[in-house]
Each structure stands twice: as structure tokens, then as C-alpha cells.
Design a protein around this ligand. Structure first.
Ligand code: GLC
Length: 733
């Protein structure tokens, strides 16, 4: 922490109540000057404030770079009696200007160090751009691909999400002493990803047990890693909106987890206590939010309009306001802003860092590691001797592959698939045709048009190999981007059918922000590569994977369902009292036990499960062993398995380790990820991988005695994904 010598208690005492309340207000930059509309990420309401309130505001969200930051900061300080610097925050979600793959893609890399690197690089660029706090990591656990914001999450597993949460916090913050560290803001607390129907901002309702077992661990991991800020979620938790929820924000977050950082509302979430029906007006919303411990009100002004009166009426004790102000001042002090209100902001450095070779190399490598090879039956990897490649589809030459939260990222700086292929093969061996649009017909009339089919089919016939580049327009996911139908837009499915009917060697590459229903495509196509939104270097990264210069190593962290009708479908589910006895993934055949938990028209298991992904090589697992079949609370067990690369090329395998608690005081999941090891093996190389079982990893939220392990039978599992595992029984005695 910067140890500038300012005495915050003294400073607090010197503040008028208006100056105190001003620190709790966060505004977009255009309210400070009129040359930037800033990053509008929520509904704009009439703020009802004037320059008096604006000149007292404590923070700004969404500036556009160092120059603007310096302008706003200097104008602001010139008018601020107590010279308390503004705090600048922004959504640096997966890169600042050099954009990484979306978090759901990064999650599929299972490369925790690379995730940390992505945050480090983003922090360096953002800090030079004058940003002090990023509204990241988003660690909402997700099980419903209808929800547009699954693209921001790292997936369906609490343990893995927790590792990523920690890595992102470390990468952004370091120890917050360097000017290129920025504070992390973990969000959206809590359980925003469980919106009913996968519809954004919808009701969330679950037991405290489910909340604690699945949805809370990753937020806690970020808090334990030292995240300096936390953002409230838009939804209710147990019937009370997070931004007014004293149980969640004080009893749990402050008292149980000892979080002493700053709590910021999401955009407008304090005002939304009114439509939520827990506040009759802005005054009651302000009272409930402050009592819940929301320190900063983002982009609404109920604190500014009502806190003074609430304190004067004795409805709120001024100590609550002081508490919030102190937390905000402490963060400003720890960031060194009292020493240097312009810390980090440096136009020259910003220009030097943005899109520099080192950062482009980092985002490209991250993209290569994040792609998931879903099918590989003979086309991939392509040979560089190929005479002609036809790249067909709405993502054949499309720069909009940054995802919905790339903010400062610029499409015009993004490498398209066409460019990536030309960088590999040269102009004359790459034929390109869009074929159709990437949008939804419900949104864009031309999205139904098949006019481009003819040209697409023509070049496909001419080429030796076809790359079918399909996916979702980036605006069909992200905030407010929810869909009831998670198939590819139907004109794309039609194009795919026509191209595949040519019986040319064809590889499908998908650019999308959610698991899609690709069941039909999966039946028709021999080779499918999930590229997600791969970021600024996307085209080069995809080309490297297509030609085998990078061997795909991604493993899904969120299941691809057979259909939206299966949703939610996730690996760490309960067994139920009537489990489907046959292989989980198979269709039920007529006459079998009707009275078990199954569908008549689809398997129980997803099309592609958690942990799944292929490689251009083959990894063979030896027989797994466990050193003993029982352990006391104090002992440990060791599971070992050999893995051999039996193919012809080097590759990286993510050996996954799961545990099942056969019987507990509450029903326990079929399996839970408890560890994994990434091993990179040359062709023919073999290695032994070890996992340790200790009592701590067997703990859960028991029925009566808190978070503890319970004696009894367990199964340890190892394998390449959550479905293909070897089972080893053991007992905790
Ligand atoms: C948005 C998002 C949140 C983001 C904030 C500021 O509404 O919900 O994730 O950080 O506003 O842009």
C-alpha cells in the first residue's frame, strides 16, 4: 500500500456532510465534461443534480484514456475545497485495448497463470490510461446459456471459478504499490448468474445451501485474495435485492467474511430498490442501501438527494456515512492518489503499451489455449500445402470478435480469420465469402437473406478445403443479450447444411459468447473448433490452431446442452432418488424403467460436458491407483495415474480430479472438481500425475454442524473430462 502520510480520520472530521456524501457518488465522465459520452452501460435517468453535486462526486466510471483523466482530475481538484482526488474506474473485463478472449474462453484454458497474466497486461494498459479500479473479475457461476452474461464468467464450477477469481485479483492488484497495479472489483454479489429463465435481471431464488455450496465460493475467493472492491448484483437474494440486503452485505460479507473493502452498487441498482418493491421512494432506497453497506451509488443520486435529511431526521446514524467515506478514502490513499492524483496516467506510455507486440503475443497465446476442439474426424489440422482454402460464413472476415465487454477494444484493430489465413497461406490461396449475416432475423431484416449462398457455394466447390466460420453477432450475448433459442441463427444452419452437402473436407469454427445448441451441426460436421470471441489476435490464433501450429488444449467449463430444453444441465448435479440407471448420455429406450429421472426425447447428459475437449494428439490413461482405501481426518491419500501421449504431435492434457461423497447429512453432488494438472507431453512421452486427498477437500455445508467433512464412503475420480473418469473408492474413518 502507498504510505502517503495523510491522516484520514482528520480529513474526515474536516469534511462537511455534503462533502462526505459527495464521496459516495459515482458519475460518468460526460457529466464532468461534454467531450465524451463515456461508457454507458445502464439506463440513464434524469440525475437531478447540478455542478455543485458534480464537483463533490467521489469517483468516475468509464473515461477514455489518460488525457481525459488528467483533464477531469485537474478541473475537479481546482474546484474541490479539500482536494480529495477522484477515483477513476472502468470495465476492463478481458483486456483494456489489447483484448483477450472473453472470460468464458479464458476459463476453458484451465491455465490459471495465463489468466493472471491477462489481468497483469490489462492493468498495465489501463493504469497508463488513468484507470485506478476495474470492475472485474466477474465471478458469477453460470448454468444457463440463455443468459447473455455467461460470456463474462469462467463457468459452472465453484472451485475452478475460485482459482480464476484469485488469479485475476492478483494480476490486477499485485500489491497495489506500483502505479501499474489497479484495484479489482469482484462482481456481481451475489448469484447474478442464476437469473430465472436465463433472463437478465430476473429473479434469483435458491436455498442458502445452494448459494453457499455453489454460488458464493468464487466471490469469497476474490475477497480472500484481497479484492479491494465488490459490486452488488441487480437481483434479489432470498427476496431482498443485493443493494439493500443487510444479511448479504453486512452479516455475510462484512462480519462472516471480514471484507473491509469498498462496496459499489451496480449501475442504478440503488434506485432499482424501488421497482424491486422494497423501497417506496428514493429516500427509502438510500436508507436501505446505506444500512446494507453500499458505499458508492453508481449513476443514480438518491444518496446525494436524501442522506443528509435521513441523518438529520435520525433515521440513519452519521457513523454509517463516515464508515463508507473512510473506506473510499482508504482506497484512494492505498492507490497513492493523495500523493499523486494522476498516478499512472501517462499518454505516452499508454500509446506505447497498447497493442504492443508483447501484448499482442500474449492475447494470441491466450486465444490459442482457450479454444476447444469439439470434433476432430479427419480434417484438422490442415496442411500448409493445401492448394486453396475457402473460408465461408459471417465470421470469415469479421472484426467483431471481441465480445460484448471489450469496451476500449477496437474492432478495426482486430485480426480477422481471413487475415489470419492469409498470414499463413498468402492471398492467392484463400477464398472468402460471407454467405449470410450473423444477426437474428427478429432483430435485423437482412438476417434471413440467402443471397450470399451462391458465392459461398461457388468458392467452396473451387477450394480443396472449406472453413465454415459461423457464430453469434457479439450483441446476442453480454449484458441484456439473452436468448430463448440458443441455436445458431437459422440462416447459418441452412448455409452449413448446403456447404456440408458438397462433401468437401470442412471444418467448422464457431465464434460465440455462450454454449450453443449445435446438436445438428455436431451430427453433420466432422470437425468443429469452438473459438469463442478470441480477441484482438483472434484470426491469427484460429489460423494457428487450424494448421496445428498450436495444438488445441481448451476444455469446456460450461456444458453444451443437446437443446435449451435440458437447461440447466451441469456436471456437479445431485443423483436424485430415481437416477437414470443407464449411461447418462444415452437416449432412453422404450420400455425401460419409465419411472426414473429422464427425458423421453433427449439424454440427461449434455452434448459436450464440463471438462470436455479434444487434442490433435491422443492421450492414453493408465490404470489409476489409490495408496489406501481409507484415511482418518489427519491422514492424506494419494491418487496416481499415468498419462501417455500416444500421438504424433506434442500436446497439453488437463488431467482432472473429482470426488464424490456417497452419503452425507445432505444429498451430495455426483462429482465435484477438486483438482487438475496440465501436462504438456511430447509425442510418445509419458508422465505420472498425482493428486492428494486431504480431509479439508471433503468439507461441505453439512445439515447441522456448518462447513465440515463427514465420515463415510467416497469415490475419487480421474480422467480427461467430467464424463470419462476412472473411479477409486475410499473411506473417511
Ligand atoms: C453494468 C454491469 C456491470 C458494469 C457496470 C459499470 O450495468 O452490470 O457489470 O461493471 O454496469 O459499467
Amino acid at each position: 500500500m502507498k504510505n502517503n502520510n495523510i491522516n484520514l480520520e482528520e480529513l474526515l472530521k474536516s469534511l462537511t456532510i455534503e462533502e462526505k456524501i459527495g464521496q459516495l457518488l459515482q458519475l460518468a465522465p460526460f457529466l464532468f465534461n461534454d467531450n465524451n459520452k463515456g461508457e454507458i452501460t445502464g439506463p440513464m435517468k434524469d440525475m437531478g443534480i447540478g455542478s455543485k453535486e458534480i464537483n463533490l462526486a467521489g469517483s468516475v466510471l468509464g473515461i477514455s484514456g489518460a488525457k481525459e483523466m488528467k483533464e477531469i482530475q485537474s478541473q475537479y481538484l481546482a474546484k474541490h475545497d479539500k482536494k480529495i482526488p477522484l477515483l477513476f474506474m472502468a470495465d476492463v473485463i478481458h483486456g483494456y485495448r489489447t483484448i483477450y478472449p472473453i472470460p468464458l474462453a479464458l476459463g476453458c484454458s484451465w491455465d490459471i497463470d495465463m489468466a493472471e497474466e491477462s489481468a497483469r497486461v490489462a492493468a498495465k494498459e489501463a493504469a497508463a490510461g488513468g484507470i485506478h479500479v476495474t470492475f472485474s473479475p466477474m465471478v458469477d457461476l453460470v448454468r444457463d446459456p440463455r443468459w447473455g452474461r455467461v460470456m463474462e464468467s469462467t463457468g459452472e464450477d465453484p472451485y475452478l471459478n475460485g482459482l480464476y477469481a484469485r488469479a485475476f485479483v492478483r494480476g490486477y492488484q499485485g500489491n497495489l504499490t506500483n502505479d501499474d497495479n489497479i484495484a479489482a472489483c469482484v462482481k456481481h454479489f451475489a448469484a447474478y448468474g442464476a437469473a430465472e429463465g436465463g433472463r437478465d435481471y430476473n429473479t434469483v431464488d435458491m436455498s442458502e445451501r445452494t448459494l453457499r455450496e455453489y454460488y458464493l465460493p468464487a466471490y469469497k475467493a476474490a475477497v480472500d485474495e484481497g479484492a479491494r472492491m465488490l459490486m452488488t448484483s441487480f437481483n434479489v437474494v432470498d427476496g431482498v435485492p443485493s443493494s439493500g440486503n443487510e444479511w448479504l452485505m453486512r452479516d455475510l460479507l462484512r462480519d462472516e467474511w471480514n471484507f473491509d473493502g469498498v462496496v459499489i452498487s451496480d449501475w442504478g441498482a440503488v434506485a432499482e430498490l424501488i421497482p424491486h418493491g422494497v423501497a417506496e421512494d428514493g429516500k427509502e432506497a438510500a436508507e436501505k442501501a446505506l444500512k446494507a453497506g453500499v458505499d458508492i451509488e453508481m449513476m443514480t443520486t438518491h444518496y446525494v438527494h436524501h442522506l443528509k435529511e435521513l441523518i438529520e431526521l435520525g433515521k440513519i446514524d452519521e457513523s454509517l456515512l463516515d464508515e463508507s467515506v473512510l473506506r473510499i478514502l482508504q482506497l484512494k490513499k492505498d492507490l497513492g492518489l493523495f500523493e499523486n492524483p494522476f498516478r499512472g496516467a501517462d499518454e505516452e506510455l499508454e500509446a506505447k503499451l497498447i497493442l504492443c507486440d508483447e501484448h499482442r503475443e500474449s492475447v494470441r497465446r491466450a486465444a490459442e489455449k482457450s479454444m476447444v476442439l469439439l470434433k476432430n474426424e479427419g480434417v484438422l489440422p490442415l496442411s500448409k500445402d493445401v492448394k486453396k482454402v475457402a473460408v465461408v460464413g459471417p465470421f470469415a472476415d469479421n472484426q467483431m470478435i471481441l465480445g460484448g465487454w471489450a469496451w476500449q477494444g477496437k474492432f478495426e484493430e482486430t485480426v480477422t480469420l481471413k487475415e489470419g489465413l492469409i498470414n499463413k497461406l498468402g492471398e492467392d490461396r484463400v477464398l472468402v465469402a460471407k454467405g449470410c449475416d450473423s444477426e437474428l432475423p427478429e432483430r435485423v431484416k437482412t438476417a434471413m437473406s440467402e443471397e450470399g449462398f451462391e458465392e459461398a457455394i461457388r468458392i467452396a466447390k473451387e477450394a480443396e478445403v472449406v472453413i465454415l466460420a459461423l457464430g453469434e453477432h457479439f450483441d446476442l450475448s453480454g449484458e441484456g443479450g439473452c436468448r430463448t433459442n440458443i441455436k445458431l441463427p437459422n440462416v447459418q444452419e441452412k448455409l452449413a447444411r448446403e456447404i456440408l452437402a458438397l462433401n468437401k473436407p470442412t471444418a467448422v469454427v464457431l465464434f460465440n459468447g455462450r454454449p450453443l445448441d449445435i446438436t445438428e451441426l455436431s451430427n453433420e460436421a466432422t470437425d468443429i473448433l469452438e473459438a469463442w470471441y478470441p480477441g484482438t489476435e483472434g484470426g491469427n490464433a484460429v489460423a494457428n490452431v487450424l494448421f496445428g501450429d498450436a495444438n488445441p488444449q481448451g476444455r469446456l467449463t460450461m456444458a453444451f446442452p443437446y437443446s435449451v430444453g435440458q437447461v440447466p444441465v451441469y456436471y456437479n448435479c445431485l443423483n436424485t432418488g430415481r437416477p437414470k440407471m443407464k449411461e447418462y448420455g444415452e437416449l432412453h429406450t422404450f420400455g425401460e424403467d419409465r419411472y426414473c429421472s429422464h427425458y423421453l426425447d433427449a439424454p440427461n447428459a449434455p452434448l459436450y460436458p464440463f471438462g470436455y475437449g479434444l487434442s490433435y494428439t491422443t492421450f492414453k490413461y493408465g490404470e489409476a491407483t489409490i495408496n489406501k482405501d481409507s484415511m482418518t481426518m489427519e491422514e492424506k491419500l494419494t491418487v496416481k495415474v499415468t498419462v501417455k501421449n500416444e500421438g504424433k504431435v506434442a500436446g497439453t492434457e488437463t488431467v482432472q480430479f473429482y470426488i464424490r461423497d456417497i452419503s452425507g447429512s445432505v444429498s451430495r453432488p455426483l462429482k465435484e472438481l477438486k483438482g487438475f494438472k496440465q501436462v504438456t507431453l511430447a509425442a510418445g512421452q509419458e508422465t505420472e500425475v498425482e493428486f492428494e486427498i486431504n480431509e479439508e477437500m471433503l468439507r461441505f455445508n453439512t445439515l447441522r454442524n456448518g462447513f465440515a467433512s463427514e465420515k463415510g464412503k467416497f469415490i475419487a475420480m480421474v480422467g480427461p473430462n467430467s464424463k470419462e473418469v476412472q473411479e477409486l473408492e475410499f473411506e473417511l474413518i
